[in-house]
Design a protein around this ligand. Sequence first.
Ligand SMILES: [Fe+2]
Length: 467
Amino acid sequence: MAEWCADHLRNCEGWKSAGLELSTTSDENAKLLDASIRQLVSWSDCVSLGGFHDTLVRLTASDPGAIMARAFFVGLAGLGTESAARDPVFAKTMTQLESDAEKYGNQREKRHVKAAVLWGRGKHHEAADEWDSIMDEYPTDLIAVKFSHDAHFFNGNCKGKKNAIEKVINKWSHDLPCYSYLHGMYAFGLEECGLYGDAEKEADQALNLNRFDCWASHAKAHVLEMNGRHKEGKEFMYRTEDDWRQGWMIATHNYWHTALFHIEYAEYEDALGIFDREIAKRFNRTNSLLDMVDASSLLWRLELEGVDVGKERWANIEHLGKFIDNHAIVFNDVHLGVALYRQDELETEKNLRDSLEKYSSLLSEDNARISKEIGMPLYDGMLDYARCEYDVAAETMFPIRDKVIQIGGSHAQRDVFVQTLIQSCIMSKDPKNWSLTPQLLIERETMKHDSLLGQRLADKFRAKHPL
Ligand SMILES: [Fe+2]
């Protein structure tokens, strides 16, 4: 991040005069909280602050009891999909925070605690509502803005993502730190609502204000991907690579987007090169589930295209066994399941599925309900495809295809399921399944225009099932 991140960090008085009072009396804690949210929103490290992780360590040390900082940590862990209420340590952290917030938190902090704990306990939609509601009263509360944006993303709520930024963006003074990032967030919300022209304008505006806004670069990549502007997309990603890769928290995903442009042109070696050079290595450094999703998705998509990616590449997505009881987001579980299967880790994959099935009976959690209704059939359908049981895969995934949005992620990410369903139908033996292919191709084209990959799917269908 540009060095401005470290400038004018707000102390207690600064937060108060911004209308965002904190209950901590530690100016150091107040400043480090500001530093933390700025780096999170920019997806990058501020070098002069020692980077995001170091800032977080110092944030806790500066006032271990500070309510707002602790609410930030709980939100960060939940939305990072690394922790969930079933983790006893995390559960205890949340209970203690609630109790302390009641004793000495201010009203805004209590609402933040409520939202973060709701998310942590699996009430993902209520949590998003709470963060949105905080934004109504405190439109410049960047922590609420960021957490709301991420929550809507994981909830598959496109309109929520757009509307939340739309209602506050004009209430921000342009000289507020991180103002430009609102345009990048707004761009992504607009893009997910299919408003591609407006989305591109917002992404361009964000990048004009700050070329290092890797989330705006990401939103622009989505627009170019969905509009079939793959050549432009590839050129854009490479031309601006030195800008967006500084945002290490999202760099793996932006490389994944670059690889998608290559796949559209059947430039498989280029996509594999990106996997080898950037994606696998980054995942093995971060061990983040969000990076695992990109790694698994990329190899799976290449295999759908008929590319032999090799067992070694799947094996390079290491140490997946530790995630099998996570279940923070079923979107992750599906990507995890196919990776484990491709790694021939069949026992671990079975344990993941058993664990997911058990978890999905916990209907008190939003993700558990979605896992039961949508995630499990999707998981099974993907694995049926992996086992070459194409008719079963098609019959399992077709009925839920319009509900898959509820598992979260972006349209571009969920396209992996659309492609798998179409391939399943093409490869099916039963006419009632393969005859669904033209309808599915049209549905995909409506969402994702001028896809060369879509043309290849149509050609494969006609070759396999001539009129
Ligand atoms: Fe994306």
